[in-house]
Design a protein around this ligand. Structure first.
Ligand SMILES: Nc1ncnc2c1ncn2[C@@H]1O[C@H](COP(=O)(O)OP(=O)(O)O)[C@@H](O)[C@H]1O
Ligand SMILES: [Mg+2]
Length: 254
């Protein structure tokens, strides 16, 4: 049984079929790349799987449970978390607060007067702070911890978003173009972090629209074209596939 599977997913916007009867399965512990030219439906596929929008048709199954149309929060509780192509951190908050606030179910966020806070809540807050500080250090954002996140570079924002996502302690991590607009040095760093998370057992699905960026990183590539599965398999084989080359040459590559 696969860890995560999308079966026969379809999603239309007006008359446009962004995802067309798409089926993709991900096994536990896999590191999978989802590739395809701009407009191929990659982000829409993520949106349907991660509960951001409901598919028109088809089912999403996580660990054998039908989770079609479940909310992102509910899926996060089940261990599936995704990032967005456009980073969504709060610009008027510091890096540290952005990471802390990403934690789920923070009792401290509720409107109880501070005096009534139980020891348990205090402990939870301490744990959240510790975890946030650890992640800020891991992603080498410590020197920026007190900066407003609006002052971060595009690449640093991607690192911040990864740190925020990891506060949710996912076992399935879905990353939408984590390397877009990121310089080569940071790209390598992010790739190393992703590899490390996968080595530690996390299942990872990464969207990338450029050819070859994922070749050395992922176990398997899934290529979409016009909302359909074009080719999937080992990266080296997929990149030499005529259909993939044609899709990119004929398509809307930036
Ligand atoms: N919310 C939306 N409303 C209308 N059209 C959308 C919406 N989201 C995506 N689309 C359209 O669906 C198609 C696939 O988009 P998307 O999934 O973002 O592709 P990709 O991520 O592969 O570049 C595109 O033609 C896009 O314009
Ligand atoms: Mg996209």
């Amino acid at each position: 049984m696969s860890l995560l599977s999308a079966d026969g997913i379809t999603k239309e916007f007006g008359g446009l079929r962004a995802i067309d009867d798409l089926s993709v399965s991900i096994d536990e512990g896999e590191l999978v790349g989802v590739m395809g030219p701009n407009g191929a439906g990659k982000s829409t596929f993520f949106n349907c799987v991660s509960g951001v929008i409901p598919p028109d048709n088809g089912t999403v199954t996580l660990r054998g449970t039908d989770v079609t149309g479940d909310s992102p929060e509910s899926l996060a509780h089940r261990g599936l978390v995704r990032t967005f192509q456009d980073t969504r951190e709060l610009e008027t908050m510091t890096v540290r607060d952005n990471v802390r606030l990403a934690a789920p179910d923070q009792s401290g966020e509720r409107t109880l007067p501070a005096l009534l806070r139980s020891d348990e809540m205090k402990n939870e807050e301490v744990a959240v702070r510790r975890r946030a500080d650890q992640l800020i250090e891991t992603f080498e954002l410590d020197h920026l911890a007190d900066e407003y996140s609006s002052n971060l570079s595009g690449g640093q924002r991607k690192l911040l978003e990864l740190a925020r996502t990891l506060m949710l302690d996912p076992d399935v991590l879905m990353l939408d173009e984590p390397f877009a607009g990121v310089n080569p040095t940071l790209t390598n760093e992010i790739a190393d972090h992703v590899r490390g998370l996968n080595d530690d057992g996390m299942t990872v699905v990464i969207i990338e629209h450029e050819l070859e960026t994922l070749t050395s990183l992922v176990d398997r590539l899934v290529v979409l074209q016009q909302g359909r599965l074009l080719v999937e398999g080992e990266p080296g084989v997929v990149l030499e596939d005529e259909r993939v080359i044609d899709a990119y040459l004929g398509g809307d590559v930036e």
